[in-house]
Design a protein around this ligand. Structure first.
Ligand code: VG1
Ligand code: CO
Length: 542
C-alpha cells in the first residue's frame, strides 16, 4: 500500500560539494529526509521498474534512513532495491554496484570524513546510472524541487531485515540484501597483481591500515588480510562504528596522527595507509615519509602501467584545480591530456565517461580511476602496493626518484574551520573585488602575475561552473588558492591552498611548511585572513 503524505518544504536542502550534509538533529526533523529523497526522485525520469542501490557508511542514523529510503523507493515505483548487508556500502563499492548491476542510480548515506553520532553529521547523496555523483544540473534541480515539495510517496512495507543476505518482496518491489564487499573485492582482483602483492607480504613486508572505525574496515580485512595474506592486525579499527569511536574519520595528519607517528618511528612498518568515513579517501605514508595526496596522484599516474588494469597506459589525467600541478608534469611527459576541474568528484564523471581521463585526483586525499565513478581509498592503497611490489623499492625511494625526475611541488592546505559565515563571505567578496588590480603588484617581494576566480568549461557537455575558487598566481609559478568549503555543517571553513615548484634536487628535502612560509604569509596578507576572521593560525594544516 502506497501512501501520499503531505509535507512542507525546507529551505536549506541545497546539496554541497558532495550531497546534502547536516547535523543529525536537522535530519531528524519530521519529514526532513523524506523531503530530500522525494526531491531526488521527482528530479529523475524513467526509473519505474528500475533498480536503485542503497547503502551507507554505517554512521549514526544510517539504518533508520535506509528503511525510509527503501519504503520510498517502493512507493515511487522502483522495481528493485539492492542494499548492502547491515546497510553498509562504501562510496566506491556503491559506485561499482550501480554500474555492475546496471542500476538506474543509487542513494549513498554518508557525511564522509565528518564526525558521526547523535549530534554530529549525516548526509545523503544521489549517484546516477554511470555510478558517479549527480552532476550540478541535477543537484540544482533537486534543490529547486526541495523548495516547492508538498507531498512524498511511501509504501507500507514494514522493516526490512538488513542483516541477512536475502531477497524479499516488499510491496511489489524486490529488495536484495547483498554482501557489500564481494563484488568490490572481485573488481580489485581484475585491476591489480594480487600474486605480486601476496609475495611481497610473504617476504615480510609490513603494513598498517587504519580504517578509522569507518566503512573500509570490512573491505580491508577481506582484501588485505584474507585475499592478499597480510598478517592479522594489518587492518586496524576495522569495525564500523556509528560514532567512529568518537573520532573524525578524516585520514589526514591531524586525525590519523597515531598512524603518522608510528610511520615516523624507528619501528615503522614499510607502508601505512588510512581511509575515511565512506571509504573514498586515502592517506598514504611510507616509512619516514608522508606522501601528499597531490604527489600521490602524480606518482600513481607515473607508475600505473605496472598494474595489470593499467598496462595499456593512461588516456589522460584529471585533477581538481586546487590540487598541485605535480600530475601535470607526468601528463606532459607521457604526452597525454591533463584536465583541471572544480573541487568535487562530480566534475570528473564526464571526462571518465568520454574516455578522456583514466586517473583523477584531489588534494583532499582523493584518488581514483575509470574503474568506478567515485574516488576510491582502497584502490589507491592497492595501486601503491602493486607498484611497491613490482618496483621492489621503498615508498621513500620512489618519491625521491620521482622528484629528481619531475621536480617537487611543495604543497599544503590550511583550513580555518568554523569561521563566522559573514566574515568568510566578506573575505571572499573583498578579494574577488580586488582581482583585477592585483596583477603587477608585489607582496613580500613576490610579484603577482595573474589573479582570477576559477571557472570551468566542461569540454564534454559544454556546461560552465563559475566561482570555483580564487587563484593568485605569482611570477615563477607559485600560487595561492582560496575557497570556502561546501561540505561543512557549522559556520564556514576557509581553505587556503599554497604551492611552490622546486626543480633543484638539492632542495627536495625541506620541511614543507618552511618551504612555503613566505608564500603562506603573502597569501594571508593579500586576503586579510587575520583581519577578517580574527584567527592567528589555521585549525588544520595538511
Ligand atoms: C571536500 C574536499 C573535496 C572533496 C569533498 C568530498 O570538499 O575539499 O576535494 O571532493 O570534500 O569528499 P569541500 O567543499 O569541503 O572543500 V568526501 O570524502 O567528504 O565525500
Ligand atoms: Co569520503
Amino acid at each position: 500500500m502506497t501512501r501520499t503524505v503531505e509535507t512542507k518544504p525546507f529551505s536549506d536542502q541545497k546539496p554541497g560539494t558532495s550531497g546534502l550534509r547536516k547535523k543529525v538533529p536537522v535530519f531528524q526533523q519530521e519529514h526532513y529526509a523524506e523531503n530530500f529523497i522525494q526531491s531526488v526522485f521527482d528530479s529523475l525520469e524513467g526509473f519505474q521498474g528500475q533498480t536503485l542501490v542503497i547503502g551507507g557508511d554505517g554512521r549514526y542514523f544510517n539504518r533508520e534512513v535506509i528503511q525510509t529510503a527503501i519504503a520510498m523507493a517502493a512507493g515511487n515505483g522502483f522495481g528493485r532495491v539492492i542494499v548492502g548487508q547491515g546497510g553498509i556500502l562504501s562510496t566506491p563499492a556503491a559506485s561499482h554496484i550501480i554500474r555492475k548491476y546496471q542500476a538506474f542510480g543509487g542513494l549513498i548515506l554518508s557525511a564522509s570524513h565528518n564526525p558521526g553520532g547523535p549530534h554530529e553529521d549525516f548526509g545523503i547523496k544521489y549517484n546516477a546510472g554511470n555510478g558517479g555523483p549527480a552532476p550540478e544540473k541535477l543537484t540544482d534541480a533537486i534543490f529547486e524541487r526541495s523548495k516547492a515539495i508538498s507531498r512524498f510517496l511511501i509504501a507500507d512495507i514494514g522493516q526490512i531485515d538488513l542483516d541477512r543476505l536475502n531477497s524479499v518482496d516488499a510491496g511489489g518491489m524486490k529488495v536484495e540484501v547483498i554482501d557489500p564487499v564481494a563484488d568490490y573485492a572481485e573488481l580489485m582482483e581484475t585491476l591489480f597483481d594480487f600474486d605480486a602483492i601476496r609475495n611481497m607480504f610473504k617476504g615480510g613486508f609490513r603494513m598498517a591500515f587504519d580504517a578509522m572505525h569507518a566503512v573500509t574496515g570490512p573491505y580491508a580485512k577481506e582484501i588485505l588480510e584474507k585475499r592478499l595474506g597480510a598478517p592479522a592486525g594489518t587492518a586496524r579499527n576495522f569495525v564500523p562504528l556509528p560514532d567512529f569511536g568518537g573520532h573524525h574519520p578524516d585520514p589526514n595528519l591531524v586525525h590519523a596522527k597515531a598512524l603518522y607517528d608510528e610511520m615516523m618511528s624507528d619501528n615503522a612498518p614499510d607502508f601505512g595507509a588510512a581511509s575515511d568515513g565512506d571509504g573514498d579517501r586515502n592517506l598514504v605514508i611510507g616509512r619516514g615519509i608522508f606522501i601528499t595526496p597531490s604527489d600521490s596522484l602524480a606518482m600513481l599516474a607515473a607508475n600505473a602501467h605496472v598494474a595489470p588494469g593499467y598496462k595499456a597506459g593512461l588516456k589522460g589525467i584529471a585533477r581538481s584545480m586546487p590540487t598541485s600541478g605535480a600530475a601535470d608534469r607526468v601528463a606532459e611527459k607521457l604526452g597525454i591530456g591533463m584536465y583541471e576541474t572544480p573541487t568535487g568528484w562530480k566534475f570528473f564523471g564526464n571526462l571518465l565517461d568520454a574516455g578522456m581521463a583514466t586517473i583523477c585526483g584531489e588534494e583532499s586525499a582523493g584518488t581514483g580511476s575509470d574503474h568506478v565513478r567515485e574516488k576510491d581509498g582502497l584502490w589507491a592503497v592497492l595501486l601503491w602496493l602493486n607498484i611497491l611490489a613490482v618496483r621492489g623499492e621503498s615508498a621513500r625511494d620512489i618519491a625521491t626518484k620521482h622528484w629528481a625526475t619531475y621536480g617537487r611541488n611543495y604543497y599544503s592546505r590550511h583550513d580555518y574551520e568554523e569561521v563566522e559565515v559573514e566574515a568568510a563571505n566578506r573575505l571572499m567578496t573583498e578579494l574577488r573585488g580586488r582581482l583585477a588590480a592585483l596583477p603587477g603588484t608585489a607582496v613580500r617581494g613576490m610579484k603577482i602575475a595573474a589573479a582570477d576566480d576559477f571557472a570551468y568549461h566542461d569540454p564534454v557537455d559544454g556546461s560552465v561552473s563559475k566561482n570555483q575558487g580564487i587563484r593568485i598566481m605569482f611570477e615563477g609559478g607559485s600560487r595561492a588558492v582560496f575557497r570556502l568549503s561546501g561540505t561543512g555543517t557549522s559556520g564556514a571553513t576557509l581553505r587556503l591552498y599554497v604551492e611552490r615548484y622546486e626543480p633543484d634536487p638539492a632542495r627536495h628535502d625541506l620541511d614543507t611548511q618552511e618551504a612555503l612560509s613566505e608564500l603562506i604569509a603573502a597569501a594571508g596578507e593579500i586576503a586579510g585572513i587575520r583581519r577578517h576572521t580574527g584567527r592567528e593560525k589555521p585549525s588544520v594544516i595538511t
